[in-house]
Design a binder for this molecule. Sequence first.
Ligand SMILES: NC(=O)C1=CN([C@@H]2O[C@H](COP(=O)(O)OP(=O)(O)OC[C@H]3O[C@@H](n4cnc5c(N)ncnc54)[C@H](O)[C@@H]3O)[C@@H](O)[C@H]2O)[C@@H](O)CC1
Ligand SMILES: [K+]
Length: 506
Amino acid sequence: MKIFTNEQIRSIDRYTIENEGVTSLELVERAATAIACELISRWRPSHRICIFAGPGNNGADALAVGRMLIEQGYNVEIFLFNIFGKLSDECAYNRKRLLEIDNADFTEVVGGNFQPPDLSSDVVVLDGLFGSGLREPLTGGFQSLVSYINGSEAYVVSIDVPSGLFGEWNENVLSRNVVHADLTLAIQFPRLAFFIVDNAEFIGEWKVLDIELSQQEIKSSPYDYFLVEKSDARNMLRPRGLFTSKADFGNALLVAGSYGMMGAAVMGARAALRSGVGKLTVHSPRCGYNILQASVPEALFQADHHDIAITDITLKHDYNAVAIGPGIGTHDVTKKALESFIISHSSGKPLLLDADALNCISQRRHLLDALPPLSIITPHAGEFDRLFGEHNTAEERLKTAIEQSAYYQIIILLKGRYTAVVRPDGKIYFNSSGNPGLATPGSGDVLTGIIASFMAQGYIPAVAATLGAFVHGYAGDIAAERHGRYGVLASDVAECTGRAIRDIMQ
Ligand SMILES: NC(=O)C1=CN([C@@H]2O[C@H](COP(=O)(O)OP(=O)(O)OC[C@H]3O[C@@H](n4cnc5c(N)ncnc54)[C@H](O)[C@@H]3O)[C@@H](O)[C@H]2O)[C@@H](O)CC1
Ligand SMILES: [K+]
């Protein structure tokens, strides 16, 4: 699903109005109908619903929902905040229609002292104060109202975006300036802000409501941000022909493991094999020999000269993919080996670096310059900050990822609830699969194995990373169904990888 900016949404809106014979009022009506249906499916008419409408079209949506709910016999109180004496045409029209209803509980706040209604825990608040037209963080009376709503026990449903939050970047927004929604009903598209963890407390659960903006325009509009869903992953996966052999599915090298961390190599290797690599070699210290041969007999073992750490990374074959990092530790000898490997790596083939490989590099930042273009690094927030400096917010971190990805021409896969695959051209692909069960040791090693496997099979690095993240999350979802979110082991995720790919392709 494409994630558009406010400006792009406005232009798709305009296109729909100009080319599909719809008026702006009709779009408001469509949005309101979808929102009202959602509320009706969740709450009974006797439930107290309190609607706060602002002066723009977010407010117009809210007023129209109010009218629809009253017509369905709901117990609704509506407040319109017309502080500046200026309403959008759509808002003014919906105000008029509301006033035509006898006995509507409607208050227009025009300034001065506003006595807010009692918002106890059995009230549903519909927040239609501001949406995509917000120009600056909320202040004054609106800020007080937002604080009042946030301080109440009411269940809060926000229309489009929580009021006070900008759809994209929110560096100057404070927690007290933004409505804390329990549910956000986004009109037609989710927003970039939904995928940045700093905003999780504002957005709550979210759902997209379709108002049938022009599909043609949506399809042809360029985008910078994308939410990867099952159908996207399906489109990326290539079916396997009947007359194929293992030679068609690539040859991968996984450099992983050290004394006490051989599990990382085992999990990475299992995940790579379960996601279909044709041939896999694991390069590990000698202490890993028995462990790997016994637990992953399908993989070849290439012994390092050293007993407990990796000290020499040399490519004995022309591998289709080389992944380095799971469980390698940060011994000085390993750092040196990594450094000389990266500096002398001359094939130009992208590498995949994860976990301890990133920790090793963080003390030798010049190595980032030496990475072949389109190499993939897969840090979590801590590893990212060790590489690129401390960040106070996830938003800052994402912005740095965009800059650094472009600067080094590498793909940065930033792990999180919505893992972000940041590409050098500035595009970000957010992953939608997965669950908190994946927050378990070894989960990242499994992801590395999957991505390495896809790279070896000939998926271009950006696709291997994006598809790998989706398959990993989806395998985690299957594992959580079996074992529960508390009980998922990374090994379970690796085992479920093959089934995940099968289910995605069905
Ligand atoms: N996406 C779409 O195609 C559609 C969007 N609709 C709704 O329309 C909304 C956008 O409507 P608008 O563009 O009218 O914008 P808003 O309703 O978000 O608000 C615009 C108004 O707020 C004022 N304002 C902005 N920042 C302020 C601040 N910090 N303090 C006080 N006042 C401030 C502006 O002066 C303007 O009057 C969407 O969020 C959505 O709810 C729907 O009506 C239907 C179609
Ligand atoms: K809103």
